[in-house]
Design a protein around this ligand. Structure first.
Ligand code: NG1
Length: 406
């Protein structure tokens, strides 16, 4: 992922003003939209995201000491500085600088790096939108740390390290976001599998369009969304442990849903769950098992160009996330409904939910109708800042992260 690059002019100017020198490198890492396979990466099951044209960019210059000095082009984020080491004290909960510290600490622990860097960061990935701005920040920072220390880590190795490292901020996330941000191929979505991490690129048919639309409700991982996320994960694990117990499988061999579904079929697992679990635990279990099946079928649908089949699976995913995983909100349901009414063949919430975005699929010839339908039906009656493209855009399947010398 080492490339020759030019630093965008605005970033170069901001860097010069702050450090009175030019940046020597640029690291970039994309956000992602998850097409299907929601809340199952931490169950060890495959997911199906694609990287976006929206990305985090870091203009940087290695230093002679271990300090990291970082500022962003967005004045609402205060500059920060800290020393790279395998044990870095976090800032207060919710501070953006913790994503930099997460990556720096992870890189120092894995590679023993000691050299820091001066950095100016900008991002076009909407924050708290379920588009993985946090992992894009972590991957870009890891590449800046690598580039400052003469390292060129393999994307898969980097993604695995950073999935672990990002837990520093307090979310017990899975590894999907770091994997797709580090390892995506332009023009492709990807099947991401875990333990060990593997990424298989799947070309997106050239006449398929994925529209991303924000609910205007932020899902901050530093706030209630983190609690909701971690609780879902704990419930999912509890449901698994119970089913494993009822099936009298050795608990030490069946640590994930993947382990379970390698031993019994999805329908056998569901039969036991329906008999033995109830309430939220049954719902969480059913979501994980059925979403896993949808991912398998969605990959087949994309490879064979079956747009309608892919769309129906997205609809099924949304229904399951709303009813069984209970991570939708009225605004997400409304967006999904408007997109479908305007001609999308499928639509679902994407990312962790509880706010954030939907993704809708439409053929090339219908996409403008979907975009207009959402503009009229959802955004025209609401308050939002910036331009509409900040909140709704057509996703372009983009290349994974890279770092380049100027
Ligand atoms: P987002 O959408 O960025 O909040 C989170 C997790 C993913 C995955 C999804 C739900 C992190 C960094 N990311 O993503 O691993 O579990 O939720 O599918 O925690």
């Amino acid at each position: 992922m080492e490339t020759e690059d030019t630093v965008p002019e605005d970033l170069e100017t901001a860097f010069r003003e702050r450090y009175q020198s030019s940046p020597s490198h640029l690291a970039r890492a994309p956000g992602r939209v998850n097409l299907i396979g929601e809340h199952i990466d931490y169950a060890g099951l495959p997911v199906f995201p694609m990287a976006l044209q929206r990305e985090v960019r870091i203009a940087f210059r290695p230093r002679d000491d271990s300090l990291v000095l970082a500022a962003t082009t967005d004045p609402s984020y205060a500059p920060c500085h800290f020393e790279i080491s395998p044990r870095i004290e976090p800032y207060d909960d919710g501070d953006w600088g913790n994503y930099l510290k997460a990556a720096a600490q992870g890189m120092a622990a894995a590679y023993g790096i000691e050299r820091g860097f001066d950095a100016v960061i900008d991002s076009t990935v909407p924050v708290a939108a379920g588009l993985s701005s946090s992992s894009a920040m972590v991957i870009a920072t890891a590449l800046a740390a690598a580039g400052s220390n003469g390292l060129e880590p393999d994307p898969i190795e980097l993604a695995e390290l950073m999935a672990e490292a990002e837990q520093y901020v307090g979310t017990r996330g899975g590894g999907m976001d770091q994997a797709i941000s580090a390892g995506a191929r332009a023009g492709c979505a990807a099947r991401v599998e875990f333990t060990p991490l593997r990424i298989a690129a799947v070309p997106v048919p050239t006449d398929w369009r994925f529209v991303v639309a924000h609910s205007l409700v932020q899902a901050h991982k530093s706030g209630g969304a983190r609690e909701g996320y971690n609780r879902r994960r704990a419930e999912t694990e509890e449901a698994l442990a119970r089913v494993v117990g009822y099936l009298e499988l050795p608990a030490s061999d069946v640590l994930s849903y993947r382990d379970l579904l390698e031993r019994v079929s999805g329908s056998e697992a569901m039969d036991v769950a329906e008999e033995r679990l109830e309430g939220d635990l049954l719902k969480r279990f059913r979501h994980v098992v059925t979403e896993n099946e949808r991912v398998v079928r969605a990959e087949v649908a994309m490879r064979s160009g079956s747009l309608d089949a892919f769309g129906m699976l997205m609809n099924g995913s949304h229904a399951s996330l709303a009813a069984d995983y209970q991570v939708s909100i009225p605004e997400l349901d409304e967006l999904v409904g408007i997109a479908r009414d305007a001609g999308a063949v499928g639509a679902r919430l994407t990312g962790a939910g509880m706010g954030g975005c939907i993704v809708a699929l439409a053929p090339e010839g219908t996409v403008n109708r979907v975009v207009e339908g959402l503009a009229d039906g959802f955004y025209s009656g609401r308050e939002w800042g910036g331009s509409l493209e900040d909140h709704m855009f057509v996703a372009e399947p983009s290349e994974g992260a890279s770092v380049g010398r100027m």
